[in-house]
Design a protein around this ligand. Structure first.
Ligand SMILES: C[S@@+](CC[C@H](N)C(=O)[O-])C[C@H]1O[C@@H](n2cnc3c(N)ncnc32)[C@H](O)[C@@H]1O
Length: 230
């Protein structure tokens, strides 16, 4: 695609979340540059033959990055791909993505299969039931989960706690529900049969890398609670 056409397509999107070079010399006017987070993920340099699930991709910066590393990427967002920049990113990239307009709570391994890597960034705190969401993510993952979230790093850290935000109290956005602390995220992930590999916090954010644990005993609590894990 020509530079002018890529530039024109970028202007058709009212609000870009991701600021990135979508085409040589064309930068999206996003409110946030996700490049530093991509570096922090330390994805394998070669994802050929691997399945990557990007949950809540927004404008698709991470979906595009995973595909550039060779992965087959499935992206799921409850907004249509033209309600944000994903559709434009896809057109400029020149190759369609496997995009599902769906709520995370409606996902199942029966329809999507399972994934080597699940990219679950900036979504957890948007979800009213974080444990159920993590149980669903676990049911879709047979490898590694990268979990980034808003986090309550300013409260007690030795007890698993989450702060609830009524209406739009967090950032004036009614899609925000929770801000868990790191201990809370770790404990929820643990109960959803994930093992922590490493994590870190900065500002009001959290990033953790987890791998799946296949011990059936680790699935018992959630099986009782939701009947989701097999
Ligand atoms: C803050 S953006 C994060 C974008 C990107 N993952 C990142 O970290 O830069 C949250 C994304 O999750 C999507 N989302 C929020 N709740 C969802 C849900 N229940 N099911 C599917 N997508 C959801 C939103 O539409 C949005 O694209």
């Amino acid at each position: 695609m020509e530079f002018d056409e890529a530039s024109r397509l970028v202007t058709t999107i009212k609000h870009w979340h991701h600021r990135f070079e979508i085409h040589p010399g064309v930068i999206t006017p996003g409110s946030y540059d996700p490049g530093f987070l991509l570096d922090m993920l330390s994805l394998p340099s070669d994802l050929s033959g691997q399945r990557v699930l990007d949950i809540g991709p927004s404008d698709g910066f991470f979906s595009l990055a995973a595909r550039r590393l060779g992965a087959h990427v499935v992206a799921v967002d409850y907004r249509s791909k033209d309600a944000h920049g994903f559709g434009v990113m896809e057109r400029i990239s020149g190759e369609p993505f496997d995009y599902h307009c769906s709520n995370l709570y409606d996902l199942s391994a029966k329809t999507l299969g399972t994934f080597d890597h699940v990219i679950f960034l900036g979504v957890l705190y948007h979800l009213p039931d974080m444990v159920k969401a993590l149980a669903i993510v676990r049911s879709l993952c047979h490898g590694t989960m990268y979990l980034e979230s808003h986090a309550a790093n300013d409260i007690e850290q030795n007890v698993a706690l989450a702060r609830y935000y009524r209406h739009d109290a967090l950032a004036g956005d009614i899609t925000n529900f929770w801000s868990p602390n790191a201990a809370c995220i770790r404990d929820m992930a643990q109960d959803c049969a994930f093992d922590l590999v490493s994590d870190t916090t900065w500002g009001d954010r959290y990033l953790g890398r987890y791998t799946v644990n296949e011990d059936p005993a680790r699935k018992r609590k959630l099986q009782l609670g939701y009947g989701l894990l097999r």
